[in-house]
Design a binder for this molecule. Structure first.
Ligand code: COA
Length: 244
C-alpha cells in the first residue's frame, strides 16, 4: 500500500454517481497501515470508540474515503481537507475542490460505501440486515403512516428485507439533504417498502416540487446488506471496488 494513490480517477460524468465498495474486515497489520492515511484527530476519534469493530470501521472507512477522494483530486489522502456544514454533513473544503465533487459515506458492521458525484447533493446508506432489531417498534417510531401500513401488510418472512429497504432509502435521502428538516421529521416523507432493487418514488405530501427534485434508488449490496443512494436530479450508478 502506498501513501499516495497512484491511479488518478476521472471525475464522474454529469449525471453519474460513482459508488465505491469498501471491505472493512481487515487484519490488524492492514489497520495499522491504513491509520497512517488519517490525521491525528481522526485516529483519536476512532480510538475513543468502546467497541473494537466500530474502531476498525471508522479507521478503514475514513482511510478509504480520503484515499478515494484523493484519487480524483490527485492529492495525498492525509492532506484532503473537509468542512462540516450546519446540518453536520461533511463536505470537501472548497479550497480543495475546484471541480466541485460531492460525496457521502456510509458504514455498517464490516462494509462501507462511498458515493461521489459532481455539483449536486448525494446521500448513501448501507445497513447490515440484522435479525435482532425490533423492526415493528422502530418502524412505528421512524416511518411514515403509509410506510408502516405497507410494512404491516408485507408477509412476515419478507418483513425484515422490506424494513431495511425502507430504512436505507430514508437514510440516503436524509443524508443527501444534509439532514435538517427531514432528519427531524422522518415521518413527513414516504418511500416504498418493496425490497426490490432500482429506482423508487419519493413522496413528500404537500411538497411535490421538492420531491420531484430528487432521485432515489436501491442499489446492489453485498449479501446480508441493503443499500440505497439519493441524488438531486436523475442519475446512473457506476460501481468501483476500493483496494488499499
Ligand atoms: C448523521 C446520520 C444521517 C448518519 O447515519 P448513520 O446510518 O448513523 O451512519 P452512516 O454510516 O450511514 O453515515 C455516517 C457518515 O455519514 C456522514 N454524515 C455525518 N453527518 C451527516 C449528515 N448530517 N448528513 C449527511 N452525511 C452525514 C459522515 O461521513 C459519517 O461518517 P463517520 O461516521 O465516519 O463520521 C444519522 O446519524 C442520523 O442522524 N440519522 C437520522 C435519521 C434516523 O434516525 N433514521 C432512522 C431510520 S429511518
Amino acid at each position: 500500500m502506498s501513501r499516495t494513490l497512484a491511479r488518478h480517477v476521472a471525475p464522474p460524468e454529469a449525471g453519474t454517481v460513482h459508488v465505491w465498495d469498501v471491505e472493512l474486515e481487515r487484519t490488524s497489520a492492514e489497520i495499522s497501515m491504513l491509520e497512517r492515511l488519517l490525521p491525528d484527530a481522526e485516529v483519536r476519534r476512532a480510538a475513543r470508540q468502546p467497541l473494537e469493530a466500530r474502531r476498525r470501521d471508522l479507521v478503514i472507512s475514513g482511510a478509504a474515503l480520503r484515499s478515494i477522494l484523493a484519487s480524483y483530486l490527485e492529492a495525498d489522502p492525509i492532506a484532503v481537507r473537509f468542512s462540516i456544514d450546519e446540518g453536520g454533513k461533511p463536505r470537501l473544503d472548497a479550497a480543495w475542490n475546484p471541480t466541485p465533487l460531492s460525496f457521502n459515506l456510509s458504514h455498517s458492521r464490516g462494509r462501507a460505501l462511498v458515493a461521489v458525484t459532481l455539483e449536486r447533493e448525494v446521500g448513501i446508506d448501507v445497513e447490515r440486515l440484522r435479525r435482532d432489531l425490533p423492526i415493528d417498534r422502530l418502524a412505528s417510531r421512524f416511518f411514515s403512516p403509509r410506510e408502516i401500513a405497507a410494512l404491516r401488510s408485507t408477509p412476515e418472512e419478507l418483513r425484515p428485507a422490506a424494513f431495511f429497504a425502507c430504512w436505507t432509502r430514508k437514510e440516503a435521502f436524509v443524508k443527501a439533504t444534509g439532514a435538517g428538516i427531514f432528519r427531524q421529521s422522518l415521518q413527513s416523507f414516504a418511500v416504498s417498502v418493496d425490497p426490490g432493487p432500482g429506482p423508487v418514488p419519493l413522496v413528500i405530501p404537500g411538497h411535490d416540487a421538492e420531491a420531484g427534485r430528487w432521485s432515489l434508488e436501491s442499489i446492489a449490496a453485498p449479501p446480508g446488506y441493503a443499500a440505497a443512494v439519493a441524488v438531486e436530479g436523475p442519475f446512473r450508478v457506476r460501481r468501483f471496488r476500493w483496494i488499499a
